[in-house]
Design a protein around this ligand. Sequence first.
Ligand code: DC
Length: 225
Amino acid sequence: MKNISIAIDGPSGAGKSTLARAVAAQVGCLYVDTGAIYRTIGYYALTHGIDPKDGAAVAKSLPDVQVELTYGEDGLQHMLLNGQDVTKEIRLPEVSLYASAVSAHRPVRDFLLDMQRQLARTHSVIMDGRDIGTVVLPDADVKVYLTASAQARARRRCAELEQRGTPEPFEKVLREIQERDWNDIHRDTAPLRQAEDAVLLDTTELTFQESEAALLHIIRERTHL
Ligand code: DC
């Protein structure tokens, strides 16, 4: 049977990865977190003293960067940077802004495009990111634009950080979310926007279970999954 591709885009902290991972398990698709790929490049810049906003410097470093996406025995996506597993490190808060900054440069996006498309050619996937429905997989079978208000996203992020034992003030979390939104929406290359044929799912007023049910419904209405 033909591989199915499901594109989920939206701003930071809208719950894309948690929801997409949960739904992928139920419909038997491979879950691909493309943010992790940009985070890996961001992490490289951070650990090699490269200014992530300097497009020329970032582009110059790309030949030295080997990024691999693998699936561990735990079934989870792992990122390898020059052979080293950096899955945990790329979640450090300081990597977020680096990832957002490096992702604005076209050479970085071109460098990672094939890798993402190749995964969709060889598997049925649920891929989440910012430009999956608009650039990476414009012919995806299902496109969803998943969003929530910045306040709701900051509240959820604060709860998550508190649970992890690394609480941060709400105002700081909100400011960072707004800064990343601005970067992601205003960059010239593949900016974050809703594809014309994407279904809008706003989870501001929804619980996790309600959001999951809504996402499953959208997918099942449009595929045989
Ligand atoms: O989803 P995330 O927060 O882990 O993504 C980190 C950064 O990577 C985010 O600020 C924007 C960028 N990104 C992107 O430009 N395109 C994607 N498809 C996925 C992420």
